[in-house]
Design a protein around this ligand. Structure first.
Ligand SMILES: [Zn+2]
Length: 234
């Protein structure tokens, strides 16, 4: 008699072992196959890249590299829990960069390429990872912003905000807020869409934390915890 559940259980166990080993070693690129019945896709967006480095901290920390490190860890951990994922960028480069074009044109190409990745994913949930910066160094703490185009965005943002407070900084009193309507992807995407600002590079203590790969793991674990709660409707 065939026992397909055994095969599946074995597959899941194998997936968990692969994911766990990679996680403990801090490896960033491991492809884990999602279960066949997973339809929803978590599209993980590492903000900036290439010519667009994003914010720079007082000791030279650049946003784009940290965003990518956190994004890869989110993918790894989400895959470990059987979430189907897609990444907008897998390396340090911007999307569709052409040195002969203006910075403005390259920015448009890059953001439209990210939009296309989201739109071609099945049942997408868009999660963009960024770092904050402000003129006053005292401000700190992760904060989540949501698109107002889809009711799910706010629910997801609030669960992510909660998970980031519990997992990374219990003194953080920030609340999830609607994203600025001028942010292209928050305006154009119709699916659940959020921006996670993981902390302030302008705050020296938080900049140090954000430069530590161990802290990236904490951020990723919090983000995935919030996402899984959203997915399971808790
Ligand atoms: Zn940014």
């Amino acid at each position: 008699m065939k026992q397909p559940w055994k095969k599946r259980a074995l597959g899941v166990a194998l997936l968990m072992v692969i994911g766990f080993l990679a996680w403990t070693k801090g490896e960033s690129v491991v492809q884990v196959v999602a279960p066949h019945d997973a339809v929803r896709t978590l599209v993980i967006d590492a903000g900036h890249g290439g010519f667009d480095g994003g914010a720079i901290g007082s000791n030279g920390t650049t946003e784009q590299d940290i965003n990518l490190s956190i994004a890869k860890r989110v993918r790894l951990l989400a895959s470990f829990f059987g979430v189907q994922t897609a990444m907008t960028r897998e390396d340090e480069n911007a999307l569709g960069y052409d040195a002969s074009r203006s910075i403005r044109d390259n920015k448009v190409t890059d953001i439209q390429a990210r939009e296309q990745i989201v739109k071609s994913a099945s049942d997408p949930v868009f999660l963009s990872i960024h770092l904050n910066k402000f003129s006053d160094a005292q401000y700190h703490g992760a904060q989540v912003f949501y698109s107002t185009n889809h009711a799910g965005s706010r629910a997801l943002a609030e669960l992510l905000q909660d998970a980031l407070i519990v997992g990374c900084d219990p003194t953080n009193t920030r609340q999830a807020k609607p994203a600025d309507r001028n942010i292209y992807l928050m305006k154009t995407l119709e699916c659940p869409a959020v921006i996670v600002e993981c902390g302030f590079l302008s705050n020296p203590a938080e900049e140090t934390l954000l430069g530590d790969p161990e802290y990236h793991k904490k951020l990723a674990a919090s983000i995935v915890t919030g996402y899984l709660r959203y997915e399971s409707g808790i």
